[in-house]
Design a protein around this ligand. Structure first.
Ligand code: IDP
Ligand code: MG
Length: 149
């Protein structure tokens, strides 16, 4: 199977009406959408998603943020989508995210940085299993041969 990553538009991105803009950036790049849902998660679920950060001082605030409203959970597929997805998203702190990236264009504070993307193929596998236990959707875009040589 081609590489997949887990992308989540955080509650601020949903509230600010950035869903279409963000999906459009991944679509226009040439990645393929393989899973999508608008979902509100509970504290225990958010804590599981961010388990690696549980010792950080900002952990409780981060969990409060993620459960503060619905999020858009997605699976995107394509060559190098994990690393390239992180580039499209930009640096964690929007003060350091380059213009042209999602966080560089649409965010100011690190605790309101609009979007999550898996940081490795291994984390993507875990996150997709957590958020999409029902599995992602198998389909092949008719544009495939116009994007891949
Ligand atoms: P990432 O989202 O770029 O992978 P991580 O280090 O995995 O960054 O942190 C997860 C999320 O935790 C960040 O996207 C951000 O929302 C939040 N976060 C990270 N560092 C801080 C901080 O120093 N203060 C407040 N929130 C933070
Ligand atoms: Mg991370």
């Amino acid at each position: 199977m081609a590489e997949q990553t887990f992308i989540m538009i955080k509650p601020d991105g949903v509230q600010r009406g950035l869903v279409g803009e963000i999906i459009g950036r991944f679509e226009k790049k040439g990645f393929f959408l393989k899973g999508l849902k608008l979902i509100s998660v509970e504290r225990a679920f958010a804590e599981k998603h961010y388990a690696d950060l549980s010792a950080k001082p900002f952990f409780n605030g981060l969990v409060d943020y993620i459960i503060s409203g619905p999020v858009v959970a997605m699976v995107w597929e394509g060559k190098n989508v994990v690393v390239t997805g992180r580039k499209i998203i930009g640096a964690t702190n929007p003060a350091e995210s380059a213009p042209g990236t999602i966080r560089g264009d649409f965010a100011i504070d690190i605790g309101r940085n609009v979007i999550h993307g898996s940081d490795s193929v291994e984390s993507a596998r875990k996150e997709i299993a957590l958020w999409f236990p029902e599995g992602s959707v198998e389909w092949r875009s008719s544009q495939h041969a116009w994007i891949y040589e």
